[in-house]
Design a protein. Sequence first.
Length: 569
Amino acid sequence: MKRKMLWGSATASYQCEGAWDLDEKVESMWDRYLHENGLENGDVASDHYHHYEEDIRMMAEGGQNAYRFSLSWPRIIRDLEGNVNEKGLAFYDTLIDTCHRYHIEPFVTIYHWDLPQYLEDIGGWQNIETAYHFEKYCETVFRHFNGKVRFWSTFNEPKWFIFSGYMSGNYPPCHRNIPEVIRGSYNVMFASALGVRKFREMKTEGEIGLVASYQTIYGLDESTETLNAMRHADNYCNNWQVDTACLGEFPSDMVDKLKEQGYDLSFAKEEELQIIRENTVDFIGINYYSPMYVKPYTEGETLVKTNNQGKNYKGDLRSVVKGWFEVANDDMKDIVPHNPWGMFVYPQGLYDALTRVSSYVKQPIYVTENGYGAYEEISEDIDDQYRIDYIREHIRYMLKAKEDGVDVNGYFVWSPFDLYSWKNGCEKRYGLVAVDFDNDCRRIPKHSYYWNKSNIENDFIDLRKEEKQMRNIVLVCNGGMSTSILANRIKELGGDGVEVNAYGEQEYSQHLKDADVVLIGPQIRYLIDDIRKRVGENVPVASIEPRVYGAMNAQKVLEMVDELLKDSK
Ligand code: BG6
C-alpha cells in the first residue's frame, strides 16, 4: 500500500496539557510523585489544554500534516471500576476535530507514561491487572473515537518508563530492582498485545502500532567480546520492544540469558505468550535521539544512571548491566558531539536504526520522535540553528534510508512547542515554537519553525539535491576505535559534504556499493586488489599512508580524497 508521507510533530499529555485537576481529571502517578517530593511539575506545563487551537493552527501554518499526541488515561477513566469521565473524552473530541479542521492527521498514543495513581496504588506495572485495565481503557477509546483516528499506538517507549521507574529509579515509582524491571517489561508488552487484540476484535478503523525508544548500538572495537556486548545492549535497549511487538516473540537469546543469570520467569503464562504471538502490530514507531556506545562487561553490579541536569554533565555516567555490557559513552564524549545532557548527536544512527529494523521486520516504520533539547533564552528572535542542523541531518539520513528501500512513512519532530521535559523540567526546550512559561505561555516561533515549514513545503528538495552531491568515503581498516576517531575527524572537517563510514576487514565487502571513494588502512593494503575488483573502475581506491593514518590527519585524508576524485573524472 502506498502511504502518504506524514510530516508532523509530537507531544505527550502530561508534558504539555497542564490542567492537571481540571474537568474531573484524576491524579496520575506523576502528579502524586512530583507534588509529594516538591519537584518541578507539569501542573500547567505548556497549557496546551487551553492553547490547543493555536498550537494546531501553528502546526498547519508550519506546513505539518500530522500531530502525534497522547491521551491522558487519568483524564478519561476515573477509577478502578472503569467509570468514564465524559469531560475528558470531550476534550479529546475537540482536539481531534481541530486537527481535522486544519487537515492534520491525528496520530494517537494511548499511553505516554501518566498512569492513574489508583493503578499505581495496586502495584502499577508490577501487577498484571494493570494490563487488563489498559485493555478496558483501550476499549473505551476505540469505541469513542472510532472513525476519527486512523493511527493508534498502544504505548510510547516501554523501555524508557519501565527502566527509569524500576532500574535507574529517577521516574516514579523510583525503584531499583531488576526482577521488577523484567516483570514490568513483560506486563507492558502483554498489555500492548491485549490492546491490539481489542482493536481487531472491535474492528476499529485504521492501524495500530507501538512506539519504541531506539538507541542504535555501536561497539568500540570489533572483538568477539564487544560484538557479544553489542547484542546484549541491543536486546536491552531495542529488541525486547521491537521484536516482541512486531514478531510476537521476546528475543530468545535474551530470555536464555536471563534464565542463565537465575531470574525467575515463571510468571509468564503460556496463554499470555500466545496472545503476544497472535497480536503483532500494524506499524512500528521509532523514537531516535542518540546512539549508545558499548564495551564488554568487566565488573560491578547493575547500575544505570541518567543525566537530568545538563549543566552538570561531567562525563561521570558510568552505567553497567551486570553480565551483559558496559555503556562506553564516556569514552566517546570527546569524539562525538553531544548536547549539555550528554545526548550524542549522531544522525547516521537513524539510518542505521531504520535499515536494521527493516532488515527483519515487515511492518512499515514511522520516525515518531526526533529532536534537540537545549537551554534557550526567550526573545522575539530565537536563533536555534543547532536544532535546524540536527533535524536537517536526521531527515537527510531518513530520506537516504527511504531511498535505499526502507518503508519509512513519516517523521515527527519532538516537539511542536516547548514543554515539560520530565525530570529535566521546562528548561530543556525542544520546541519549534517557544513557550514563554513566565508570561501566560505565550507562543513564539523559533527559526527552526520557519525552516521546517519551508522545507516541508518544498518536499525537502534541497536536501535531496544535496544528498546527491555528498561524497561517500568508505574507510576499510583493521583498527576499531582509532578508525572511528579518524572517521569522525574527517566528517567534522568535511562538514555536510561528506559521509564517512568505517568498516573492519571482516565486514567491508557488503558496504562498498555506494562508495564514491574507498580508503584502506596501511596495515591491510593487501586488500586493495580485491576491493578494486568489487567496486569497479569508476570508484578510486587508495591506501592511506602510515604517517597520515598514525597521526589521524583528517585534513590530509580529505585532500587525498579531492585528488582521487579529481583524477577519476
Ligand atoms: C522520549 C519521550 O523519550 O524523549 C518523551 O517519549 C521525552 O516523552 C523525549 O520528553 C525527550 O527526552 P527528555 O528526557 O529530554 O525530555
